[in-house]
Design a protein around this ligand. Structure first.
Ligand code: SME
Length: 166
C-alpha cells in the first residue's frame, strides 16, 4: 500500500516538494504512461486544496484526419470533454503555444471550454518531450484566481519530471 499523505498544515512550497517527491517515487520505475498519469492525477487531487478537476490531456491523432489534437487522459473530477483542438480553449492554447496558461477567471478567457460549470480559474501546463508538447496537465478550481505563479512553477517542475514517463 502506498501511504502518501498531504499535511494540510504545510506551506504550499513544502506541499509541492512532497507532491513532487511522491510523483517521482511512483513513476520513476514504471514505464506505463497511463498508470503514471493516473497516479499523478490522484496525487494532485489529494495534495492540492480547492480543486474540482485535476488531470491530463494527451496529444494524439485526431479521428478523421492526420492532425493532432488533445485527447482526455487520466483525471480526477467530473467527466470532461474528450477531444480538444490545438488552439481551442485553455488546454488547446497551452498545447499550441507550448506555454503555461494561468487563468484567474475562466469566463474572461476567449474560447474557454466549460467542462464543469463550477470551474472559476484554471492552470494548464504543457508537458514537453524532445521539444514537442506530448500532453498537458490541467487543474481547475471553483475559486477565482486560485492559482499563482508559484503553482505554475511547481506544476512546470512536475511536467519536466514526467516528460519521459508518460
Ligand atoms: N477548461 C478546459 C477544458 C478542459 S476541462 O477544464 C477539464 C479548456 O478550456 O481547455
Amino acid at each position: 500500500m502506498y501511504d502518501f499523505k498531504p499535511d494540510a498544515a504545510l506551506a504550499p512550497s513544502e506541499l509541492y516538494r512532497e507532491l513532487l517527491a511522491a510523483a517521482d517515487s511512483l513513476t520513476g520505475d514504471e514505464p506505463d504512461a497511463v498508470a503514471n498519469m493516473a497516479n499523478v492525477a490522484a496525487l494532485l487531487w489529494d495534495y492540492l486544496p480547492d480543486l474540482n478537476w485535476a488531470g491530463f490531456y494527451r496529444v494524439a491523432p485526431a479521428r478523421a484526419s492526420p492532425a493532432l489534437e488533445l485527447v482526455l487522459g487520466p483525471f480526477m473530477g467530473r467527466p470532461a470533454c474528450i477531444r480538444i483542438s490545438f488552439g481551442t480553449g485553455v488546454c488547446g492554447t497551452a498545447a499550441a503555444s507550448g506555454a503555461t496558461q494561468l487563468v484567474e477567471d475562466v469566463h474572461a478567457f476567449p474560447g474557454h471550454i466549460a467542462c464543469d460549470a463550477a470551474s472559476a480559474s484554471e492552470l494548464v501546463v504543457p508537458v514537453i518531450r524532445d521539444g514537442r508538447v506530448v500532453a498537458v496537465i490541467d487543474l481547475d478550481s471553483p475559486l477565482p484566481a486560485r492559482f499563482t505563479e508559484a503553482d505554475a512553477t511547481a506544476i512546470e517542475a512536475l511536467a519536466a519530471l514526467l516528460s519521459a514517463r508518460i
